[in-house]
Design a protein around this ligand. Structure first.
Ligand SMILES: *Cc1c(COP(=O)(O)O)cnc(C)c1O
Length: 355
C-alpha cells in the first residue's frame, strides 16, 4: 500500500473498550448512552465499535453524517436544532431531534405526516450555559401544551446541554431543575417522558457520585473517543486516551534563531505573534497544518519535542532537546484531543487508517 501522510490511525478496539466501560458506568446509574458520532464524521467502522460497545442510540449534528448511519438499525438522534431547510432530511434520517423552536417542530410534524412517520422531539432546556434551549420555565410548559396537539410528532423527552458555550459545569442542583421540569411536563400532559437527557461528556463526573438522579440518558462523544470527561478534563479510569494517533512527515530540519529577524507584523491568521528567545534552535517542519488539525490539541509522543506553532500547511517544532536524531522523511507521531480529531477526520487531506 502506498503510504500517504499526514495520516490518522484509529484503533477501533480501544474505542470499543472505552464505550464498554462508559456504557457500564452509565447503566449502573440507570442511564442509556447516545453515542455521538460527529467527532469522527460518523465513520462506519468506528460506529460499529459504538454499537458493539452497547450504545442505545446514535446521535449526530449533521445530515451528511446521519445518511452514513442509515444502514445501522438503531434509533438516531439529530443533535443540532434543525434548520427549517433541512426538515425533510431530519425526518427521513433520524427518529428524534433536539428542539427549541415551535415553528420548527410544527414543520417537523407536517413533514413527518407526509412521510407517514411519527418523530420524537426532545425539548431543550437552557440551564444557564446560554447555547440552545428554552431559558424560561413557563415557556417550556406552554410550548409542551401546543406540541401535544401536533400529530406528526410526540414529546419524547427533554434535554440540556452544558459546558459548551458558557462553560457552565453541571451539578446536582442544575440536574434537579431539569428533572423537575420533566416531572411538571408529565403531570401537565399526563404523559410519561421516555428521555431525560442530562448533557454531554461534561456530565460524566456526576455519575461517580450518583448526582444524576432522574436523568436516564447522556449524549456522549468525547468520553467514548478520548476517555476523558470534559468538565475538568480528567481521565475516566480504565479507558484509553490514545485511540487516535496523528503521523506527520518531516519536510525541513534547520538551525535557526527562535525570534524572527526584522519588524513583526500579523501572522497568516491576523494575530500578532510573540516569541521566547531561546537562542539558535533546531527547528523541524512537518507537513500538516491548521487546515487539518489544531496544534493546541496535538501532543508529540516524543515529549522532548516542543510545538512552536504553525500555519495552514506547516507545523513547526523545536527538536533541540530530543534524544532522537530526526531525518527528512521521518514521521512524527502525536496523541490527539477532541478538536484535532474532529478536524483531522473532516480534512480530506488526511489519510484515515482504521485498525
Ligand atoms: C456534540 C454534542 C454532544 C456530544 O458532546 P461531547 O462533549 O463530545 O460528549 C452532545 N450533545 C449535543 C447537543 C452536541 O452537539
Amino acid at each position: 500500500m502506498e503510504m500517504a501522510y499526514p495520516r490518522i490511525i484509529i484503533d477501533t478496539n480501544k474505542i470499543l473498550h472505552n464505550v464498554r466501560i462508559v456504557v457500564e458506568i452509565a447503566k449502573k446509574n440507570g442511564i442509556t448512552v447516545a453515542g455521538v458520532t460527529k467527532g469522527f464524521c460518523a465513520h462506519k467502522e468506528i460506529v460499529k465499535a459504538y454499537i458493539e460497545g452497547g450504545v442505545k442510540y446514535l446521535a449526530d449534528s449533521r445530515i451528511n453524517n446521519l445518511m452514513r448511519l442509515e444502514e445501522f438499525a438503531i434509533p438516531k438522534i439529530f443533535t443540532r436544532l434543525p434548520m427549517l431547510t433541512e426538515v425533510k432530511d431530519v425526518i427521513r434520517y433520524s427518529n428524534y431531534s433536539l428542539n427549541s423552536e415551535f415553528i420548527t417542530m410544527k414543520a417537523l410534524s407536517n413533514e413527518a405526516l407526509k412521510q407517514d412517520k411519527v418523530h420524537g422531539v426532545i425539548i431543550m432546556i437552557d440551564l444557564g450555559d446560554l447555547r440552545e434551549g428554552y431559558f424560561k420555565e413557563d415557556e417550556v410548559y406552554s410550548v409542551a401544551k401546543k406540541l401535544s396537539e401536533l400529530k406528526g410528532i410526540y414529546i419524547a423527552g427533554i434535554g440540556t446541554n452544558l459546558t459548551c458555550y458558557g462553560g457552565l459545569i453541571p451539578n446536582k442542583e442544575l440536574i434537579k431543575r431539569l428533572v423537575n421540569i420533566g416531572k411538571n411536563i408529565e403531570d401537565l400532559l399526563k404523559i410519561k417522558l421516555e428521555i431525560i437527557s442530562g448533557g454531554n461528556s461534561s456530565s460524566i463526573h456526576l455519575l461517580k457520585s450518583n448526582k444524576l438522579d432522574g436523568v436516564n440518558n447522556l449524549r456522549l462523544g468525547e468520553s467514548l473517543m478520548c476517555g476523558t470527561e470534559s468538565a475538568f478534563g480528567e481521565r475516566i479510569p480504565g479507558t484509553y486516551n490514545d485511540a487516535f494517533t496523528l503521523e506527520a512527515e518531516i519536510i525541513e530540519i534547520k538551525n535557526k534563531p527562535s525570534v524572527p529577524v526584522g519588524e513583526i507584523g500579523k501572522d497568516a491568521f491576523g494575530n500578532i505573534p510573540s516569541f521566547i528567545d531561546r537562542g539558535i534552535r533546531k527547528r523541524i517542519i512537518c507537513a500538516v497544518g491548521k487546515q487539518d488539525i489544531d496544534y493546541n490539541t496535538i501532543f508529540p509522543i516524543d515529549d522532548d519535542l516542543i510545538i512552536l506553532g504553525g500555519s495552514s500547511d506547516h507545523l513547526i517544532l523545536d527538536g533541540s532537546d530530543s534524544k532522537i536524531d530526526y531525518k527528512i522523511g521521518d514521521r512524527i507521531k502525536f496523541n490527539m484531543h477532541y478538536v484535532s480529531i474532529l478536524r483531522a477526520m473532516t480534512s480530506e487531506y488526511i489519510e484515515k487508517i482504521i485498525l
